[in-house]
Design a protein around this ligand. Sequence first.
Ligand SMILES: [Zn+2]
Length: 71
Amino acid sequence: MPALAEIQSTTPARAPFMRTRTSSRLVCTICADSMIAAEASALSDDEISYLWTCDTCGYGFVTKHAIKKVA
Ligand SMILES: [Zn+2]
């Protein structure tokens, strides 16, 4: 009777999604896909808001940037 050896493969520790590549592009926090362009922008008195929507998973968020007025 042949002995059956059970091979236990050690599962490599998978790092939580993280990209070492430095990029100025925004990355979706849900699916880690990169955002290419803002879908919409809204301008208020002292800040501009950009609406970002992920094409892959549909996750959306808004970034706000202060505007420095040049008097
Ligand atoms: Zn996404």
